[in-house]
Design a protein around this ligand. Structure first.
Ligand code: G3P
Length: 229
């Protein structure tokens, strides 16, 4: 399961990569807005930060197929030709997914709230389908189950599309999807950090360190080379 960073702050991305080899970065217009910078330059800067082989996903905003195609071509030319173009699964978006796929572009179908939307996006040629897990939970649906159902449908129909689950509030939602075998998740820095942290690990580490130094203190004066009877 790929694990990506759903964020656009350069310092945060750098700090996260300093601790762990994540698989890439996803953004959306809201995430970019939070940085108050020229979005194209920011995406270029994020791309430059990423180790080779890592993915960058950025979203179009047009609501017509022509507009989506124009924006996609602009981003591919300006930022990186191997980047993933995120396209919301509207009617115009579905047509754009099909057209972009026919040009060999990596497409992530996004803003997915139903399994059927994901299935149709996969059939149109999307490489990833991004269901919004926590937003679904907040609507009274079961976001993890929707994402798991989509994964199962993709495998059942031998489709070349994977779930890239997005919108997480906690690490348990990610763990549950990991158990279901989904292809990828993307989450905000605080959720990613919670995947690793556990107070019991910190306490165990501290106890081991204390025991070691206590042993060092105890053996001071003992000749370790002396043969004992
Ligand atoms: O790109 C979609 C995802 O980032 C949405 O997350 O936390 O705004 O629901 P959230």
């Amino acid at each position: 399961m790929l694990v990506l960073i759903d964020h656009a702050n350069l310092k945060e991305i750098e700090a996260l990569y300093d601790m762990y080899p994540y698989d890439g970065v996803t953004t959306n217009p809201t995430i970019l807005k939070n940085e108050h910078k020229n979005p194209i330059q920011l995406l270029k800067d994020i791309r430059a930060l990423l180790p080779s082989g890592c993915q960058l996903h950025a979203q179009v905003i047009s609501d017509t197929t022509e507009g989506i195609m124009e924006e996609a071509h602009f981003m591919l030319n300006e930022i990186a030709e191997d980047m993933f173009i995120k396209v919301p699964v509207s009617s115009a978006g579905m047509k754009a997914i099909y057209l972009l796929k026919s040009e060999g572009v990596n497409v992530t179908a996004t803003a997915i709230y139903t399994a059927m939307q994901a299935f149709m996006a996969g059939k149109a040629g999307a490489r990833y389908a991004a269901p919004y897990v926590n937003r679904l939970d907040n609507m009274g649906a079961d976001g993890v189950q929707v994402a798991a159902d989509i994964h199962q449908m993709f495998r059942l129909h031998n489709m070349e599309c994977d779930v890239l689950a997005a919108s997480f509030k906690n690490s348990q939602q990610i763990l549950n999807l990991c158990k279901k075998g989904v292809g990828a998740v993307t989450a905000a820095p605080e959720v990613l950090r919670a995947l690793i942290q556990h107070d019991a690990t910190f306490t165990a580490e501290e106890n081991f360190e204390n025991d070691f130094y206590s042993l060092v203190h105890e053996i001071k004066g003992i000749d370790l080379n002396r043969k004992h009877d």
